[in-house]
Write a protein that binds this ligand. Sequence first.
Ligand code: UDP
Length: 335
Amino acid sequence: MGTSFKKCLITGGAGFIGSHLAERLLSDGHDVIVIDNCSTGRIENLKHLNESMKLHVVEGDIQDIDRIESAFQNVDWVFHLAALAEIVPSIETPMAYHNSNINGTISVLEASRRHGVERFVYAASSSCYGIPDVYPTPEYAQMRPQYPYAFTKMVGEQYVMHWERVYGLPAISLRMFNIYGPRSRTKGTYGAVFGVFLAQKLAGKPFTVIGDGTQTRDFTFVTDVVDAFVSTAASNLRGEIMNIGSGNTYSINFLVELLGGDVVYIPKRPGEPDCTFADTTRIKEELNWSANVSLEEGVQVMLENIEYWRQAPVWDPAMIAEATQDWFKYLGEED
Ligand code: UDP
């Protein structure tokens, strides 16, 4: 134990966070197996690691247990990150989200249980809190998922905890708050703010600020998140749910100031909180973990890597209105 090298398996390892986790584990000397169906993840995200003999990629869907199970042989640490993300498509195609995020999770749990893994870490989402009553928000806050993505990630977490209780799977769930960093997603759907703003900056278009921009987010840099995952896996914890956040919350106006550029204002979206802010007391107490990267530092790294978003769609207010129609239709106030 301790400094020994582990055989690690990352579902969703070709995705944004998964590829950073793979990089960190490899640089720590561990073996890494990535399982990814490449629906939203991209093998390209791992290209800079391909030299490594210690990285093995299995292209397959986590729902297909027959396809993926053999990869779990002799695995010590499982990191379950594979999931469909994003709000709008989850409202449009809830079955796909159920299949991926719930059925897929059960399949990964079963494969992990059968192979007696030493540690199972689930990537949960702070979207389970919906619009919370308390900031910073502790883990025992009420669950209020607002849309199918949040709901399916929440149910996935409940399955993980159930497998821990019933089968003794050494599992932990980490609830992540607004993660950003190089390679954050740039697929076609309207999504996380960094991808939207960086593409707008490259195109010389104004930032589409929602509401008056005073809403705040717990923007957490991806290397900090990865560090929390590794510390968790290396610990003896089990059956715990812990928030991962930056220890701070930052306004969109401040983000815009750091990025630099013009602004255009667009309507507030229904069901979105004015603030996300993790109470990170638990992970601090359990693992002595806290984030290191400030938003100022993180934005600097994003700007150094801005070329990555050259291929991302450039959103303007009309395109956003069109893309978020279902969001307003299904989550809007009924009065
Ligand atoms: N946001 C914005 N303009 C956009 C997209 C997002 O001002 O075009 C804001 C949004 O109001 C929120 C923050 O950026 O306060 C983060 O949004 P994102 O969709 O990334 O995450 P979430 O709202 O799910 O926390």
